[in-house]
Design a binder for this molecule. Structure first.
Ligand code: NAD
Length: 263
């Protein structure tokens, strides 16, 4: 019996087979979970449908978090399909790539607001709806990045949104704890995905972190998937409000290795 046997829930944020949400979906499916998937719009839908078939998804719903009616429809579908749910994964982020370069100070009000709504507030709005379906308790997860707590070149407004997202994790964990609903985040190291490529010079950051993390490599979406299975299963039943780093240990390092500096 898999770790997630008998558990049912929603994963939001698969765009293609490189998505972190896809790594999570595959692991949860392999561990016996029943999963409902979403796609942002028709363009993504074409790529997500064959992936949904692969994991025998219980449903595949269009959901754009800028359109609250589509978020409502998603959780109505989950409720109609299962009655209650056990887990929810939010792996959604967006910012104008023209502002994921240069100075943070140049962020426009329009992009700041849109980035915050899609990358941060959408978790709160979805979590509220997911929690209402977690009548037997449950576990939620969102995805963040270390640019929330330390300055990463070009990450800019996305770092500010991730800081707010991490704070939301703690507030939601406090809100829902009495109902046995846990809320956590994985802070993943850099992964080559569509969203990851939106940050200017992402390749340089990727290579730098690979070189300077204790494990001397980056992480795979399968590794993030396996950590998510821990946080979404009963193995982490005493854990809530946590930001769990899955980044080859990069976040503990304060300077390059001495060999590097001597060279
Ligand atoms: P990805 O491009 O595969 O996934 C991002 C998803 O966000 C896509 O499925 C996209 O459709 C969805 N999305 C964007 N705007 C949306 C909207 N308005 N409504 C609904 N969905 C919307 O990239 P990814 O790297 O797998 O990103 C998943 C999460 O992981 C994001 O929160 C990202 O910030 C986070 N993350 C990524 C990295 C990395 O290096 N790639 C590192 C740490 C955290």
């Amino acid at each position: 019996m898999g770790l997630m046997a008998g558990k049912r829930g929603v994963v939001m944020g698969v765009a293609n087979n490189h998505s972190i949400a896809w790594g999570i979906t595959q692991t949860l499916a392999a561990e016996g979970a029943e999963i409902g998937l979403t796609y942002q719009n028709d363009q993504f839908g074409r790529r997500v449908r064959p992936l949904a078939d692969k994991v025998e998804a219980a449903f595949l719903e269009q959901c754009d978090v800028e359109d609250l009616a589509s978020v409502d429809r998603l959780f109505e579908t989950a409720g109609r399909t299962w009655g209650s749910i056990d887990f929810f994964v939010h792996a959604v982020a967006f910012s104008d790539k023209n502002e994921l370069k240069g100075l943070y100070a140049d962020t426009t009000r329009e992009n700041f607001t849109r980035t915050m709504v899609i990358s941060c507030f959408s978790f709160t709005e979805s979590a509220k709806r997911a929690a209402a379906l977690m009548t037997n308790g449950g576990s939620m997860l969102t995805l963040t990045y270390g640019g929330s707590v330390k300055v990463m070149p070009n990450y800019n407004v996305m770092g500010v949104a991730k800081a707010a997202l991490e704070s939301s994790v703690r507030y939601l964990a406090a809100d829902f704890g009495s109902g046995g609903v846990r809320v956590n985040a994985i802070s993943a190291g850099p992964v080559r995905t569509l969203a990851g490529a939106g940050v200017t010079d992402a390749r340089l950051m990727f290579n730098y972190q690979r070189k300077h993390s204790p494990l001397e490599r980056t992480v795979t979406i399968d590794e993030i998937g396996r950590s998510s299975a821990y946080l979404l299963s009963d193995y982490s039943s005493g854990v809530t409000g946590e930001i769990h780093y899955v980044d080859s240990g990069y976040n503990i390092v304060s300077m390059p290795k001495l060999d590097e500096l001597r060279a």
